[in-house]
Write a protein that binds this ligand. Structure first.
Ligand SMILES: NC(=O)c1ccc[n+]([C@@H]2O[C@H](COP(=O)([O-])OP(=O)(O)OC[C@H]3O[C@@H](n4cnc5c(N)ncnc54)[C@H](OP(=O)(O)O)[C@@H]3O)[C@@H](O)[C@H]2O)c1
Length: 296
């Protein structure tokens, strides 16, 4: 039986994903940050779906917690056939994580980089294993979410600012999609680089669609007001989950790697993401930021 590990399974796309996969004869493991939500999900899967499952707790805002949680997975698990790096949030203003790193970059990208690197280093993946990074069309500066930043922050949009990766020298005022977009671009650059160096694992990225979820909820009063409209006007998160499962099945059948999917269709990501120098540079910078955690 194949084992699938999913991050961010307690809400939105991840929750629908695990619910659908529970009908498909997989061994399912998940990661969440909230113990009560994890317990509720485990009880639902075990009592209603009649499958055994296990969960791990980690707040991706804290890299130490990501490392400790990954060590537990490593000691309890023999192999992972698919890792779905799905956890993520939109933060419309500059915030720092517990580690002092820009929050969207850490939660959406760097924590997954740490989790994945430790699993690879400890040989948890086998020859036909796959990794799916849940990215977003927001990585592309031409996507509508970036319209304001194309005017306000045009020198930062559509690239990784390697000379000041933590935006230490820039004070951003007001709302910006820059932080989210950059984190989602980082996931794609990393997907392409990793798929080049890890020849035994299939690694792909996907934009799951524009879906009504809680992804923008953590933006103060405005996030709470906008979220119900978001859920009303966008497609359901189950549609995003189905697109991820479509990719999962396709990769198990055909071993595709280094691809970007827009929902169910293989697509081109933004031109910047194909630059091998940027891919390598981001990989090396990410390693530097995580140096003390990756050495175990
Ligand atoms: N919705 C869209 O339109 C859309 C479009 C493109 C891409 N995406 C991507 O799809 C993925 C899933 O998002 P969603 O739309 O399903 O949003 P969501 O409903 O807010 O779900 C996000 C998941 O990530 C978890 N998470 C957030 N912060 C975390 C942290 N610090 N540590 C550990 N887990 C954390 C959440 O945990 P809690 O349950 O505890 O909150 C939740 O399970 C994200 O990567 C998002 O960027 C979404």
């Amino acid at each position: 039986m194949k084992t699938i590990l999913i991050t961010g399974a307690t809400s939105g796309i991840g929750k629908d994903l695990i619910n659908i996969l529970a009908n498909k004869n997989y061994n399912l493991l998940f990661i969440g940050r909230n113990k009560r939500k994890c317990e509720d999900l485990k009880n639902f899967l075990e009592n209603t779906k009649k499958i055994k499952t296990n969960y791990y707790i980690s707040d991706f805002n804290d890299l130490n917690s990501v490392k400790k949680m990954t060590e537990k997975i490593i000691s309890n698990t023999q192999k992972i056939d698919a890792l779905i790096n799905n956890a993520g949030k939109v933060y419309f203003s500059y915030k720092k994580s517990l580690d002092g790193i820009e929050k969207s970059f850490q939660i959406n990208y760097l924590s997954h980089f740490l989790l994945t690197s430790l699993l690879i280093k400890n040989n948890l993946f086998t020859k036909n294993s796959q990794i799916i990074n849940v990215s977003s069309v927001a990585h592309n500066p031409n996507s509508s979410i970036n319209s304001l930043d194309k005017i306000k922050n045009k020198e930062f949009i559509g690239k990784i600012n390697f000379q000041d990766i933590n935006y230490k020298n820039n004070k951003f005022k007001g709302f910006s999609s820059l932080f989210y977009s950059r984190s989602k671009m980082a996931q794609i650059l990393w997907t392409y680089y990793l798929s080049d160096i890890e020849k035994n694992i299939s690694i792909n990225a996907i934009h799951p669609g524009l879906l009504g979820s809680n992804v923008i909820y953590e933006n103060g009063f405005l996030g709470k007001i906008i979220t119900p409209f978001f859920k009303l006007f966008f497609k359901s998160t189950a549609e995003g989950a189905k697109s991820i499962i479509n990719l999962l099945d396709l990769v198990f059948e055909q071993n595709l790697t280094g691809k970007y999917f827009d929902e169910k269709i293989e697509s081109k990501s933004y031109s910047y993401t194909y630059n091998k120098i940027h891919q390598k540079k981001l990989y090396e910078e990410s390693h530097k930021l995580l140096e003390k955690f990756i050495k175990i």
